[in-house]
Design a protein. Structure first.
Length: 494
């Protein structure tokens, strides 16, 4: 009789139910990163935000989220992943309610920051729980594919949900909707996911390292975000950028010398882990930035309303869903993570190059929808391959760390990509407007340059995939292995 690993359900059926609970938590967190975008004009009108201060409704969440993900992942290893998941879920749910009842700019921004902290604690440990639940390669690939679908499709679903809730009710409900979901997810997590004690703080309570990396990540994201207001060469940008780099270098030095590091540098000895995180950073930077730039283009050039913008991104969600559920697992099993990743990056590159030639007189079904569908296909295949590589070799003692690392890479990449692409589009648009271009032409020109930048990021990701990721780092299943896995998956006759 086999024994379930600590913190995990014993029955196979319970594992998949627990996975559904974890994916529900993931969806709620990812939705919140984009659901606000569509409601920003309504929030601006009701609370009196200025053009520059309005960005903090999004930025406060991103800075907090990206800053504490790595710390939260390690705390999951030390204190227990289910415990950190539930604490984060509680904080996120309460902060969502506070966002919904906010009647001032300051209250909403503070509540969004706290919401980001809760979201980071919740999502940082989810992958760690998944990879320790599913140890058999085929099952793990299938579980990661489902998680990747939720994590990547949630961004576009958030745009649709934001449009529906804002149009049908009001912007407050984009936050209130999290409350019942959070409560139900927490109750099911208590029932379906067994508690784990963790390693204890004595095994890695690196307080100084935690402060250094959290400060470096928060300050780094803040520096990029502020460039749209103060410019890339301003004293503020240079000072905060240098400070963030100094803190990051100090963190690396600290981790190399301390006995119980927050982030053991040995994890980067794996080419699969290092390369996968680098590809994740580059891919997500272009992926999430494309959502933001695309939303502005649909709204201001094609004149879509909030609901139409959400519907306009459905090709991404549908494509990701189809690829994740039907094709990712068999293709990765047959060809390996590396081959599938390379092909998926190629598709995303083609889609971004097509978007980079968008005219001001574009039609949605010819110029926009095909590219969005192709991006969805690439993401639906690429993200499971990346996550599988990034989590390869993770043990029960450091699965939370590996999970926190890949989630940190994903969130920081998305934040930085969004900030840089927004800055590029804004600067280019302003330059075109200064020489006489109308509003649509100026925004289109800025969008084109931003998409070119996103394509350049994917080219860099392809370079990493062909050089650093020269071998999978993960075994592929033979037909005999697959048959054995199928037999093991059957319930015991007794």
């Amino acid at each position: 009789m086999t024994h379930a690993s600590p913190a995990l359900p014993a029955a196979r059926d319970d594992r998949w139910l627990a996975l559904a609970v974890l994916c529900a938590g993931t969806l709620m967190i990812v939705l919140d990163a984009t659901i606000v975008n569509v409601a920003l004009p309504a929030i601006q009108r009701d609370l009196g935000f200025g053009p520059s201060s309005l960005a903090w409704v999004v930025n406060a969440y991103l800075i907090a989220f990206g800053g504490v993900l790595l710390l939260a992942g390690r705390l999951g290893d030390l204190l227990g992943r289910r415990r950190i998941f539930l604490v984060g879920l509680t904080v996120f749910t309460l902060a969502s309610f506070a966002c919904g009842v906010s009647d001032s700019r300051e209250t909403l921004i503070v509540a969004r920051f706290v919401q980001g902290l809760g979201g980071a604690m919740t999502s940082a440990v989810i992958l760690g729980m998944i990879v320790t639940m599913f140890t058999e390669p085929r099952e793990r690939t299938r579980a990661i594919s489902l998680y990747s679908f939720v994590a990547s499709a949630g961004a576009s679903i958030g745009l649709l949900a934001g449009g529906v809730l804002t149009e049908a009710l009001n912007w407050h409900w984009i936050f209130f909707v999290n409350v019942p979901i959070g409560i139900v997810t927490g109750i099911l997590a208590l029932r379906l996911i067994e508690d784990d004690e963790g390693l204890g703080l004595g095994e890695g309570a690196d307080v100084l390292g935690a402060l250094l990396v959290t400060g470096a990540l928060m300050l780094g994201v803040l520096t990029i975000i502020r460039t749209s207001d103060v410019g890339w060469t301003s004293i503020e940008t240079l000072a905060t950028g240098v400070t963030a780099m100094v803190a990051l270098v100090a963190f690396v030095v600290r981790e190399a010398r301390t006995a119980n590091p927050l982030l053991p540098l040995r994890i980067f000895r794996s080419r699969a882990v290092t390369g996968a995180n680098a590809v994740m950073l580059l891919l997500v930077a272009g992926f999430f930035g494309t959502f933001f730039i695309g939303s502005l283009y649909l709204e201001r050039v094609l004149r879509f309303d909030a609901l139409a913008i959400g519907l306009g991104f459905l090709p991404v969600s549908l494509s990701i869903g189809l690829m994740s559920f039907a094709f990712a697992e068999p293709l990765i099993t047959r060809f390996g993570h590396r081959v599938v990743l390379r092909g998926s990056l190629g598709m995303v590159l083609v889609a971004l190059l097509w978007l980079a030639r968008l005219p001001a007189s574009a039609t949605y079904f010819v110029d926009v929808a095909p590219s969005l569908a192709l991006i969805g296909i690439g993401a639906g295949l690429g993200f499971p391959a990346i996550v599988g590589l990034a989590m390869s070799g993770a043990t029960s003692s450091d699965a939370g760390l590996a999970s926190g690392l890949v989630n940190t890479t994903r969130m920081v990449g998305g934040s930085l990509g969004l900030a840089v692409m927004a800055s590029i589009a804004s600067t280019r648009g302003a330059a075109l407007a200064a020489v006489g271009a109308d509003g649509a032409a100026a925004l289109t020109g800025g969008s084109q340059l931003a998409f070119v930048f996103a394509a350049a990021l994917i080219v860099a990701a392809i370079g990493v995939a062909w050089t650093v990721l020269r071998s999978d780092g993960l075994p592929r299943l033979s037909r005999a292995d697959e048959a054995t896995a199928d037999i093991e998956a059957m319930p015991d006759a007794a």
